[in-house]
Design a protein around this ligand. Structure first.
Ligand code: TRP
Length: 441
């Protein structure tokens, strides 16, 4: 048997994982969730969720992936626990549902690229968002975005895009930092910083039950956890890499991109009096397009920004299609391109629903329900079933002491499942309430 490929370098692995993590989740979803959940109150809970739950969960996925050298679906039987395969299948299902609305938001990005050329968003940024974010224009753009995604996956040229993300991440950082600096000069910016950065603990207390599921869902989503992608990526890792070290770098870099997006978005929102959270899913688009409308050479900067964002979105959407497509290829032994087209078309059809104004519904279903379920199962598996071997795998290539590893195991056994189960309970309750009281319709 040929030896399985490993990443040519540790840096290659980290770039791929950061490429998966950085996407619309950081630049679109993070400002949107923060704005709709009370600003800094959300930020505090979100950061706790990322570091206390997301980071140890990433280690679980890395341990399973590196030990089994398999994708998330085959991993469990490779480790000798085939009856846990369903945990990987949930991740594949989450990828498919996510793809359907991720592509709709990708379509918004396409519309903003066109808007940069035509100057369409220069006048009233929120009217422009309204006109492209739902309805036939949105469906058409969603179709184009999905077609590009399918073409890349079917053509097997995903590597090219992933290589391109190496340049995209620095480009995103530079553009966001530039916007953040410019935003700081706007009059009224300080109200934006106050909303974003100075937490009102009263707000956390009153909205605890809605902040927690959103923050936790955002943490899993932005770190690409629960989908099994990190399992698959780690399956190519060498035995002498330090999993905690790599994971820490990925989590920190991803967090920096999200925080920077907030530093760009909130002062601009405040300066344009749009800081009420009422912009909802349009938060980031409205703020950024508003900024491009005022900046000298704003259309050119906007064009570059949205093209870069398109690449970040595509690098995510291709792996979201890849996961269900390779699952079908492995289970039914059909040709790869046919499966990519088939799965992509079904995801497109499903995505017509969010393209008519139900992105929030799909988003909350994934954040509040699918992701906590997926993470709950892999944590229970890693903690209670795989336990000792998981610790053994975590220990390879790291200088962490025995004590730290035992602490991780007990954290994964007890804290992660309790917190995630509680989150799931809140998430299901809120989602159901939303369905009943018409929040989504
Ligand atoms: N983390 C990505 C983002 O923030 C979205 C995402 C979630 C993702 N799960 C994924 C991307 C799986 C690729 C594969 O945009």
């Amino acid at each position: 048997m040929a030896q399985r490929e490993t990443w040519t370098s540790r840096v290659g692995f980290i770039f791929a994982a950061v490429g998966s993590a950085v996407g619309l989740g950081n630049i679109w979803s993070f400002p949107f969730q923060t704005a709709s959940n009370g600003g800094a109150a959300f930020l505090v809970v979100y950061l706790l969720a990322v570091f206390l739950i997301g980071f140890p969960t990433m280690l679980i996925e890395f341990v399973i992936g590196r030990r089994s050298k398999q994708n998330a679906v085959s991993a469990f039987s490779e480790l000798g626990y085939g009856n846990w395969t369903f945990a990987g299948v949930i991740g594949v299902f989450a990828s498919f549902i996510t793809l359907s609305f991720y592509s709709v938001v990708g379509g918004w990005v396409l519309n903003y690229i066109v808007g940069s050329v035509t100057g369409g968003y220069l006048g009233d940024a929120s009217t422009f968002f309204g006109s492209v974010s739902s309805g036939t224009v949105a469906v058409a753009a969603h179709a184009v975005f999905m077609a590009i995604t399918i073409a890349i996956v079917a053509g097997g040229v995903a590597d090219g895009i992933e290589r391109a993300t190496k340049f995209m991440i620095p480009a995103i950082l530079v553009l966001l930092a530039g916007l953040a600096v410019w935003g700081s000069t706007l009059s009224g910016a300080s109200a934006g910083y106050a909303y974003y950065l100075s937490p009102d603990f009263g707000v956390i207390a009153t909205n605890f039950t809605s902040i927690v599921p959103s923050a936790m869902g955002q943490a899993f989503f932005t770190l690409s956890l629960g989908f099994g992608v990190m399992v698959a990526y780690a399956s190519y890792l060498g035995r002498d890499d330090s999993l905690p070290g790599d994971s820490a770098i990925i989590v920190v870099l991803n967090t920096i991109v999200a925080l920077l997006a907030g530093f760009a978005v909130f002062p601009i929102l405040a300066a344009t009096d749009a800081l009420t959270g009422s912009t909802g899913a349009g938060t980031a688009f409205v703020a950024l397009a508003g900024a491009f409308g005022q900046l000298p050479a704003g259309r050119i900067i906007g064009f570059v920004f949205f093209v870069v964002l398109l690449f970040a979105a595509l690098s995510s959407s291709i792996s979201l299609l890849e996961a269900p497509a390779s699952y079908v290829v492995d289970s039914y032994d059909t040709e790869r391109w046919k499966v990519a087209v088939g799965v992509g078309v079904v995801a497109f059809l499903l995505g017509i629903v969010p393209a008519y104004g139900y992105v929030g519904l799909f988003n909350d279903f994934v954040f509040n329900i699918l992701l906590p379920i997926a993470v709950l199962f892999i944590a229970l598996f890693a903690g209670w079933i795989y336990g000792g071997e998981a610790v053994d795998e975590l220990g390879r290539g790291t200088s962490l002491g025995r004590g730290a590893m035992t602490a991780w195991l007990w954290w994964v056994r007890v804290v992660v499942p309790i917190v995630v189960a509680y989150t799931l309970w809140l998430g299901v309750t809120n989602f159901y309430a939303g369905l009943v009281n018409g929040a989504y319709f």
